[in-house]
Design a protein around this ligand. Structure first.
Ligand SMILES: Cc1cc2nc3c(=O)[nH]c(=O)nc-3n(C[C@H](O)[C@H](O)[C@H](O)COP(=O)(O)O)c2cc1C
Length: 227
């Protein structure tokens, strides 16, 4: 089966952060079915996407993408057979331009020559293998958040299930929950701001944040009762 590679650039028709997360979510569902992998680079105004996979699946995928009203001026920068896959593990890796000077931003500029775009994609692929690169900011936030959540759950199950608790234990618990809630709040904000974030992960982050706030209120209530 011949493997194909296609790289295109396009202009976004909106700059909503949630748009990219939505596209990535659908891609992660559809692309494994179509045997497609790749990366989607995005800034507030532009996309560059690398699609790789068997010809039929890739054609189907690109046909859908071309009909999508969330972008326009689709320009194919490169299309042809390939033997290697640059992101073999990624149904669709989301990579946001971190700053105006970043290589990702250079790939997204409207006059970036195709060779330069490929060079940048190759460099990103090297950095994502085996370590995630530039974007996984959103994923890293989620991993950290899950760790905090596990720790908080442990504290809650262990302590809050008991009705009697010495005041100094409650004070320690309150201090620890305050720290965790602050971290969770910060991570939730970062996750929400990262347009590559999966909407489900945003919801998960929001839930953790709320859980910690509720736990803080509960500890506060108990402390108040003890006063
Ligand atoms: C820049 C861009 C890249 C996209 N990449 C993919 C992709 O890799 N795979 C995919 O299935 N859909 C992708 N989409 C979304 C498709 O255009 C389309 O909305 C989606 O495939 C519809 O899937 P559904 O029929 O399962 O709802 C992309 C859209 C845009 C604007």
């Amino acid at each position: 089966m011949s493997r194909m590679r296609l790289v295109f650039s396009s202009v976004r028709t909106d700059s909503e952060p949630a748009t990219v997360g939505g596209i990535l979510q659908v891609s992660r569902r559809n692309n494994p079915r179509d045997g497609v992998t790749g990366a989607l680079l995005s800034s507030r105004t532009r996309f560059v996407q690398l699609l790789e996979g068997d010809a039929a699946g890739l054609d189907r995928c690109f046909a859908r993408i071309q009909r999508d009203a969330r972008h326009r001026d689709i320009r194919v920068l490169l299309s042809g057979p390939t033997r290697e896959l640059l992101f073999p593990e990624a149904p669709m890796l989301g990579i946001e331009a971190a700053g105006l000077d970043s290589p990702v931003a250079a790939a997204l500029s409207d006059d970036a020559p195709p060779d330069r775009v490929m060079e940048i994609l190759r460099a990103l692929a090297r950095r994502t293998d085996p370590q995630p690169a530039e974007v996984p900011e959103a994923d890293a936030s989620l991993v950290a958040l899950r760790r905090i959540h596990r720790a908080a759950r442990h504290i809650l199950d262990d302590h809050l299930s008991r009705s009697e608790m010495p005041p100094d234990t409650l004070e320690r618990l309150a201090a620890s929950l305050t720290r965790q809630a602050a971290q969770a709040g910060d991570l939730h904000r970062r996750l929400s701001a990262a347009s590559s974030a999966d909407p489900d992960h945003r919801t998960e982050a929001q839930r953790f944040h709320e859980l910690l706030q509720a736990a803080q209120r509960e500890v506060g209530r108990r402390l108040g009762r003890l006063d």
